[in-house]
Write a protein that binds this ligand. Structure first.
Ligand code: PMP
Length: 289
């Protein structure tokens, strides 16, 4: 596998960063995860924009332009000869001293991995996935801005461990007020009386690109949809629930905390949303060639 690292496509065994990189020492950096389908990169521009916004929010000055980053992603996919897969794009603060001060870091590093990903077993896409509420909360916006896709994922990792220990595959994370924010690596939607609902970003969710695509497609298809606060009660009593993410795509939720959600899983709205999402991934995207 060839990895793009600071301007060069190198063998994966050569793709190394310094132990003094603040990305490693402090989780000081930002990242993106995106998909390509049939040699077309899905929502590439949106992902690169979010990467630049995340970097800007943490005062990390990107030494590359938007267009350059787009080109590097395409170069990396081409170099690995893949038709379908997943790209991980990471920008670290760079090599610095052992102190926190990011201004002492020389220059950011960027690496791009093009590979494949299977986040959840196929069975979960067919019959739904068990999820559990985590005791670990999403950090308050005053602690860590939830829109920033930063390398500091320990909060999510701990929440994921809780979900796994509860016998579930993904964890629902609440904000400080007890409202549902999102899951550890996915956004959440529910369906009640034919209407789709997802927590607003202001409730602590990452502004997921798949979430945005679903909002867009629902409007296009005239499916009623609303961004509004969600409680666990709303999920327990929902007709359907599903999660979205670049890696997970659209995945139905069968149970929350061992309680069955709705009559059938996936329910009709989830099935329709999944179908139109797949159509969109097949019909759009930036060509690799
Ligand atoms: N929430 C979190 C915490 C995530 O890490 C991700 C991405 N894995 C998502 C939501 C989904 O975002 P996107 O649709 O942009 O991949």
């Amino acid at each position: 596998m060839k990895v793009w690292l600071d301007g060069k496509l190198v063998d994966e065994s050569e793709a190394r960063l310094s132990v003094f990189d603040h990305g490693l020492l402090y989780g000081d950096g930002v990242f993106e995860g995106l998909r390509f389908y049939g040699r077309r990169v899905f929502r590439l521009d949106e992902h690169v924009k979010r990467l630049f916004d995340s970097a800007r929010a943490i005062l990390l000055k990107m030494p590359w332009t938007h267009e350059e980053v787009v080109g590097y992603v395409l170069d990396t996919i081409r170099a690995n000869g893949l038709d379908d897969g997943y790209v991980r794009l990471v920008v670290t603060r760079g090599t610095g001293s052992l102190g926190l001060n990011p201004h002492l870091c020389e220059k950011p590093s960027m690496f791009i991995i093009a590979s494949t990903i299977t986040l959840y077993p196929e069975e979960c896409y067919r019959n739904g996935m068990p999820v559990a509420t985590c005791a670990t909360r999403r950090p308050a916006p005053a602690a860590l801005m939830p829109q920033v896709k930063s390398l500091n994922y320990l909060n999510n990792v701990m929440a994921k461990v809780e979900a796994l220990q509860a016998g579930a595959m993904e964890g629902v994370m609440l904000n400080e007020q007890g409202y549902v924010a999102e899951c550890t690596g996915d956004n959440l939607f529910l369906v009640k009386n034919g209407e789709l609902r997802t927590p607003p970003v202001s409730d602590g969710a990452l502004d997921g690109i798949t979430r945005q695509v679903i909002l867009e497609l629902a409007e296009r298809e005239s499916l009623p949809v609303r961004e509004a606060s969600v409680t666990r009660y709303d999920i327990y009593t929902a007709d359907e629930c599903f999660l979205t993410g670049s890696a997970a795509e659209v995945i139905p939720v069968a149970t929350l905390d061992g309680r069955k959600i709705g009559e059938t899983c996936p329910g009709p709205v989830t099935a329709r949303v999944t179908e139109i999402f797949h159509e969109e991934t097949r019909a759009t995207g930036t060509p690799i060639d």
